[in-house]
Design a protein around this ligand. Structure first.
Ligand SMILES: Cc1cc2nc3c(=O)[nH]c(=O)nc-3n(C[C@H](O)[C@H](O)[C@H](O)COP(=O)(O)OP(=O)(O)OC[C@H]3O[C@@H](n4cnc5c(N)ncnc54)[C@H](O)[C@@H]3O)c2cc1C
Length: 415
C-alpha cells in the first residue's frame, strides 16, 4: 500500500499540469496513468493561445520549447466555412487587426501530452506510475481514498484525490454523480490524412459548419510533414434526434461535398476513424466533494462551441494544485473547503462557457450564420472584429445581443 498526501489519477494535460504546479510549490504527488507515454488521445490536436499561456504559468521556458519542437505547426488563423459555403478568413496576426499575438499550434496529442510528461519526468517531486489501470476507488473510514488495480498489484491510499482521468471517468460518474447528458455532450470522430490539397499556406485551421453536422462542425487541421487531422464533432442529442450515422456522413462529405471532394481525392487516410466523447461545460457541475477534485474532462469542462478542452484541463489543473496545497496546510479536505476550487475554476471559465453555450445554440439557426458570414466577407471591420472571437469575451458577449445583428442588417458600424 502506497500512502500519499496527493494522488492524481490520469496524466493527460489536466493531471500533468496539476502535478507540475504542485512540484513548483514544493509538494510531492503520485501521478498515475493506465497508459505508457507517449500515448495517443483522440482529439483535434489544436492548441489555442490559452494553452501557451498555461504553459508559461508552469514554466517561462515552456512556450519557447513548444515553439522549437518539430512536432507542431503554428496556426496563424482560422478559416470558418458557413453552411452556405462562404469562407470567413480570420487571421491571428495582430497587424491585421483585432487578433492576438498569442499564436495557436497544432500538434498530435501523442507528442503534446508527451511534451508535458517529459517535464513531469524531470521533477523529483512527482512519482509517475504508468501502465496502472485504476479500477477501484473507495472512501475509507479513516477519511482517505483507497485506489487499486484489478490484480491488486498497485494499492494506493491518498488523503486528497485529483481526478483527471478524462471523459470516461468512472469516478466522475459513480462518486460525483455526473451522468452523460446528450444535451451537454458531443460525439467526436477523428482520423489522420496525408496529402490533403488546398491547405492554407499559414496553417489556418479550418472549421466547416456543414448543415448536416449542426450544431457542430467538420474540421481540417494542418500537421507537420503534410499530414492533417480531420474529424467531426456534433452534439450527441442532435446525433440521436437527426439519426445521423456520423462515420458514414463524414465519409460521404469527404468524398462528395463540392468544397471537399477534390481536396481529398488524392489524399491517403492514415489509420482508422476513431471516436470519443466530449463532455461539455454547458452545464455547471460540482467539481469537488469529500477529499476529491475533478479536473478537465472528468469535470466536463470542454467549451461547448469550439470543443476546446486542453487549455481548460490545464486551467483546472493549475487551480486544483493551488487548492490541494491549501487544503493540506489547513488540514481540511471537506467539501465545504474544496468548494473554493469550484469557485476558482468557474471564476476563470464560467463566463466563457456560458457565452459559448449561447454560440452553440445560435448554430441551430444556419441562416443567421450565413448572414453574418455574407456580411463579413464584404466588411473588413466586421471580419477583423470576428477575428478575436476565440479570445475576446467582450466580442462573444456582443454576439449574444440582438443589437449586433440589427446593426449588421441596417449597415450600422459593428465594432
Ligand atoms: C474528437 C475530439 C476532438 C477534440 N479536439 C480538441 C482540440 O482540437 N483542441 C482542444 O483543446 N481540445 C479538443 N478536444 C478535447 C480534449 O481532447 C480534452 O478536453 C482533453 O484531452 C482533456 O484533458 P484531460 O487531461 O482532462 O483528459 P485526457 O486527456 O483524456 O487524459 C486522461 C488520462 O487519464 C488516463 N486514465 C483514464 N482512465 C484511467 C484509469 N482508470 N486509471 C488510470 N489512468 C486512467 C488516460 O490514459 C489519460 O492519459 C477534443 C476531444 C475529442 C474527443
Amino acid at each position: 500500500m502506497r500512502e500519499v498526501d496527493i494522488c492524481i489519477l490520469g496524466a493527460g494535460p489536466g493531471g500533468a499540469t496539476a502535478a507540475l504546479h504542485l512540484a513548483n510549490a514544493g509538494k510531492s504527488c503520485l501521478l498515475v496513468d493506465r497508459a505508457t507515454f507517449p500515448r495517443d488521445k483522440i482529439c483535434g490536436d489544436a492548441l489555442s493561445g490559452k494553452v501557451v499561456m498555461e504553459l508559461r504559468r508552469i514554466s517561462a521556458d515552456l512556450p519557447g520549447k513548444l515553439a522549437a519542437s518539430p512536432a507542431q505547426v503554428p496556426a496563424w488563423g482560422i478559416d470558418f466555412f458557413a453552411p452556405n459555403g462562404r469562407r470567413l478568413s480570420i487571421p491571428f496576426k495582430p497587424t491585421t487587426g483585432g487578433g492576438t499575438d498569442v499564436v495557436g499550434y497544432v500538434a498530435k496529442r501523442l507528442d503534446f501530452d508527451n511534451f508535458l510528461i517529459e517535464e513531469v519526468r524531470r521533477r523529483p517531486e512527482i512519482e509517475l506510475l504508468e501502465d496502472v489501470d485504476i479500477v477501484r476507488h473507495e472512501r475509507t473510514a479513516t477519511g482517505r481514498w483507497h485506489l487499486g488495480t484489478a490484480d491488486e498489484s498497485v494499492e494506493i491510499s491518498a488523503r486528497l484525490l485529483l481526478v483527471a482521468n478524462g471523459a470516461q471517468s468512472a469516478f466522475a460518474r459513480q462518486v460525483a454523480g455526473h451522468a452523460l447528458e446528450p444535451a451537454h455532450h458531443c460525439a467526436g470522430l477523428r482520423t489522420y490524412y496525408q496529402g490533403v490539397t488546398g491547405m492554407n499556406a499559414e496553417n489556418f485551421i479550418e472549421l466547416h459548419f456543414l448543415k448536416d453536422f449542426l450544431p457542430g462542425y467538420l474540421w481540417i487541421f494542418p500537421l507537420p510533414n503534410g499530414q492533417a487531422n480531420v474529424g467531426v464533432g456534433m452534439l450527441t442529442e442532435a446525433v440521436s434526434s437527426k439519426k445521423v450515422n456520423l462515420r458514414e456522413k463524414l465519409n460521404e462529405m469527404l468524398t462528395t461535398h463540392s468544397a471537399l471532394k477534390d481536396r481529398f481525392a488524392g489524399a491517403e487516410r492514415l489509420g482508422p476513424v476513431r471516436g470519443f466523447g466530449l463532455p461539455l461545460g454547458s452545464k455547471r457541475r460540482a467539481l469537488s466533494g469529500e477529499g476529491y477534485m475533478l479536473l478537465g474532462d472528468a469535470g466536463s469542462l470542454i467549451d461547448p462551441f469550439t470543443g476546446e478542452g486542453i487549455s481548460h484541463a490545464m486551467v483546472s489543473g493549475r487551480h486544483a494544485a493551488d487548492w490541494a496545497a491549501k487544503a493540506l496546510v489547513a488540514n481540511d479536505v471537506t467539501p465545504s473547503f474544496l468548494r473554493q476550487y469550484d469557485a476558482a475554476v468557474y471564476r476563470r471559465l464560467g463566463q466563457e462557457l456560458r457565452l459559448s453555450h449561447t454560440m452553440q445554440r445560435l448554430l441551430n439557426y444556419p441562416w443567421l450564420f450565413n448572414f453574418v458570414a455574407n456580411r463579413a466577407t464584404n466588411n473588413p471591420m466586421l471580419a477583423a472584429t470576428l477575428s478575436s472571437m476565440f479570445v475576446d469575451l467582450d466580442l462573444r458577449e456582443r454576439l449574444r445581443q440582438p443589437s449586433f445583428y440589427l446593426k449588421l442588417l441596417f449597415g450600422g458600424k459593428v465594432r
